[in-house]
Structure formats: structure tokens, C-alpha cells
Design a protein around this ligand. Structure first.
Ligand code: PMP
Ligand code: GLU
Length: 397
């Protein structure tokens, strides 16, 4: 008898992680799969960061760490926010979590009551809606599209606000679309938010450094609404440290205190060793970040160019993050043998089975008719993947 809670029964598994696991299983069976499903840098963590992790082991950082994270790491985050973003935060406004994912969920849990509405512009990263479900909230999806460069306007956001709205989630640079809100667009959103002081905003800035059009613009720079903004960020993407699991929130003190209380009961302070590594990432040389960004930009140009040559795939040039997000509707109704493509899920599955290329269906990002390909992999893999995709799609008639 299924005796799980309603909460867990209502939770969908993460499609990005599920697809990645499926591709690992196929690879274990000897199938030569190119995994463009999960979004994580393929680079190794820079040496000076690895050295700090090793040193932390030798220095006996083996005891419980403080619930919000080591003061030295929270100071390093404050210094980063000042240096890179011109933002003033104090260490008690920073909470270190087990990746940005943990802090996102904590912030949603701390802010959303059952029945509260959370406005999520789509396409949106897979976990937002599920986290809102866990909190008992109601996701209000605000659909965008390639034609609108995958962004929503301040006016569209305002029109979606009701007395039940508690939170808006803005991800820039965006996973999965790569869209980046300009300073003017964020300013317009900030001016709108001044009229709605009861509405909070989560600014997911985890792709801050994977930006091909300029310097990162944070929503928190607009002082009139800084008290409404919860910044989410971390070391996973910028420093190729996905497995270390270090992320943070920078938030108004009352939110930080609430998240701290929750962590005290739920997780305690996160890995001591990983925190010392993250501290080295923020305090150490930053050239590695730029080197990886340049490599991602080259790969973006490569994969987007190759995909644009494939008949039927429609895609724009993403401004940031490391995903291509082509529209695949053209293939609907087409078939290869017994396989009929009716939607984006069918197409992603077909590409896995026929081309041995793992992607993620747009539906997982609340944006059907697209698929997502992560280009955080070698040029060689990208060329081979594009070749395989082109020949598998050419078989559909
Ligand atoms: N937000 C977005 C938009 C992401 O793509 C990811 C990557 N999983 C996260 C948050 C979580 O990052 P982390 O690996 O630090 O938990
Ligand atoms: N952010 C990555 C992705 O979207 C990691 C996987 C996950 O945490 O969902 O693929």
C-alpha cells in the first residue's frame, strides 16, 4: 500500500537529472551516448580551489560548521557582492547552503504559505514549480517564447499579480533559454515592484558569470526594492564545482534568519571541506572564471551554428548560460518506422534512442515544443552530437 505523503506523491522527479541518469545507464550498457542533458561545466575545479579543500582536510575542518556557514565564507561572499556587483550585504544576511538548489528551496519554504501564488516566467528551470508545490503554493506560469526572446516585461508581471501573490522568480541568465534581462528591463521590473511591497522576488543568478553580452546586472542593485529581493547564487557554475554543493542566499535579514532557523532543524551547516574550497574560489584568482566563460562562448557559437543548419530546427542565439533551446515543432506528425513524433518528449526520446544524444524536453521547463541541449562539453562532442542529430532528424518523414 502506498503510504507516502501527498506532498511526495505530488512531486515530479527532476527531468534534467532523470535524463542524465538514463544516459549514464545506457553508457554502462556500452551505448556511446553523448550527454547534453544535465547542465554542468565539464571542466575540472581549478587547482587552487582543490588545494584549499585538501588543506581543509589536513587542518581538521571536520567538525560541525555553523548553521549559516563559516563567517569567513560569508565574509568572502559579501566581499564578492561588493567587488563584482556593487552590493552591500553583511555576513548575517548570507546563508550558505548545499548548492543554490538548497537555498532556493529554503527561501521558497520560508516565504510561501499554502495557497500563495508564485509567478514564474517560463521557460523556467525544472525545480521551481516543484519547490513551490512542496511549499503548498500555486505556480502562476507566465509564458514567454522565442519571439519575445524568452523574456517577460514588467507590465506582464504586474498584470499577473493578485492579492495572493507572494513571490516572483526571475532567473537571469536563464536556464534553459540563455536569456539575459538588461539593466533597463530590470529597472522597469524594480519600478513596478515598488508598487507591490508585499511581493518578494527570488533573483536566481547562478549563471551570473556565463554571460556573453556584458557585465552581470543584479535586480538587487535598485535600492528601492532591495528589501524585496532574495539573491540566489553559488560556486557550481562559475568555478566548475557542481559536486562540492555550495550555494548561498543574500537576503533581507528577516529572510536570512528564517532560512537559518530552517537549516538548524533540517540540514545543519553544510560540508566544512566544501565551504573552505568555496572560500578559496571567492578570495582567490578569478582568471579561471573568464577562461571558462570564453570556452563556453566558443562552444555556443559552434553548436548554435551547427543546429541552425539542420532543417526544421529554429533557434536564437542565447546571451548566457550554456544551453541551446531550439523549437522542434516542425517534426510533429513525422515518423521513422514505428516511431511517431507527437511532442517534444517524443523527440527527446527519439534523439536518445536513434542518435544516442541525451537532451531534455522543453515540457520539463514548462515550455513544450522545444528541447534543451547543454553545450558544456567538448567541441568534439558537440560536432559529433550535431552530426548525429541531423542524421536522425533526416530520417523523420
Ligand atoms: N538554478 C538554476 C537555474 C540552475 O540551473 C541550477 C543548476 N542545477 C541551480 C539553480 C542549482 O545549482 P546548484 O548546483 O548550485 O544547486
Ligand atoms: N542546473 C542543471 C540543469 O538544469 C543541473 C541539474 C539540476 O539540478 O536540475 O541541468
Amino acid at each position: 500500500m502506498n503510504r507516502l505523503s501527498d506532498r511526495i506523491n505530488a512531486l515530479a522527479p527532476s527531468a534534467t537529472l532523470a535524463m542524465s541518469q538514463k544516459s549514464s545507464e545506457l553508457r554502462a550498457q556500452g551505448v556511446d551516448v553523448i550527454n547534453l542533458s544535465v547542465g554542468e561545466p565539464d571542466f575540472f575545479t581549478p587547482d587552487h580551489i582543490k588545494a584549499a579543500a585538501k588543506q581543509a582536510v589536513d587542518d581538521n575542518f571536520s567538525f560541525y560548521s555553523p548553521v549559516p556557514g563559516y563567517l569567513s565564507l560569508r565574509q568572502a561572499v559579501c566581499e564578492k557582492l561588493r567587488r563584482e556587483n556593487g552590493l552591500e550585504y553583511t555576513p548575517d544576511q548570507i546563508i550558505i547552503g548545499n548548492g543554490a538548489k538548497h537555498e532556493l528551496c529554503n527561501a521558497i519554504m520560508a516565504l510561501v504559505n499554502p495557497g500563495d501564488e508564485v509567478i514564474i516566467p517560463t521557460p523556467a528551470w525544472v525545480s521551481y514549480v516543484q519547490m513551490v508545490n512542496l511549499a503548498g503554493g500555486k505556480s502562476i506560469l507566465l509564458q514567454s517564447s522565442m519571439e519575445k526572446n524568452f523574456k517577460v516585461t514588467a507590465a506582464e508581471l504586474e498584470a499577473a499579480i493578485t492579492p495572493a501573490t507572494r513571490l516572483i522568480v526571475i532567473c537571469s541568465p536563464s536556464n534553459p533559454s540563455g536569456a539575459i534581462y538588461t539593466r533597463d528591463e530590470l529597472k522597469a521590473i524594480a519600478e513596478m515592484l515598488v508598487r507591490h511591497p508585499e511581493v518578494m522576488v527570488i533573483a536566481d543568478e547562478i549563471y551570473e558569470h556565463i554571460n556573453y553580452v556584458g557585465h552581470h546586472e543584479s535586480l538587487a542593485q535598485f535600492s528601492d526594492i532591495k528589501e524585496q529581493v532574495v539573491i540566489i547564487n553559488g560556486v557550481s557554475k562559475a568555478y566548475a564545482m557542481t559536486g562540492y554543493r555550495i550555494g548561498y542566499i543574500a537576503a533581507p535579514l528577516w529572510v536570512a534568519k528564517a532560512v537559518n532557523k530552517m537549516q538548524g532543524q533540517y540540514t545543519s551547516g553544510v560540508s566544512s571541506i566544501a565551504q573552505k574550497a568555496a572560500e578559496a574560489a571567492y578570495n582567490g584568482p578569478q582568471e579561471c572564471v573568464e577562461q571558462m566563460r570564453v570556452a563556453f562562448q566558443r562552444r555556443r557559437d559552434l553548436i548554435v551554428g551547427l543546429l541552425q543548419e539542420i532543417p526544421g530546427l529554429e533557434l536564437n542565439m542565447p546571451d548566457g548560460a550554456f544551453y541551446a533551446f531550439p523549437k522542434v515543432e516542425y517534426y510533429y506528425g513525422k515518423r521513422c518506422g514505428d516511431t511517431v513524433i507527437n511532442d517534444d518528449n517524443d523527440l527527446a526520446l527519439y534523439l536518445l534512442n536513434e542518435a544516442h544524444v541525451a537532451t531534455v524536453a522543453g515540457s520539463a521547463f514548462c515550455c513544450p515544443d522545444y528541447i534543451r541541449l547543454s553545450y558544456a562539453t567538448s567541441d568534439e562532442n558537440l560536432r559529433e552530437a550535431a552530426k548525429r542529430i541531423a542524421s536522425a532528424l533526416a530520417k523523420l518523414a
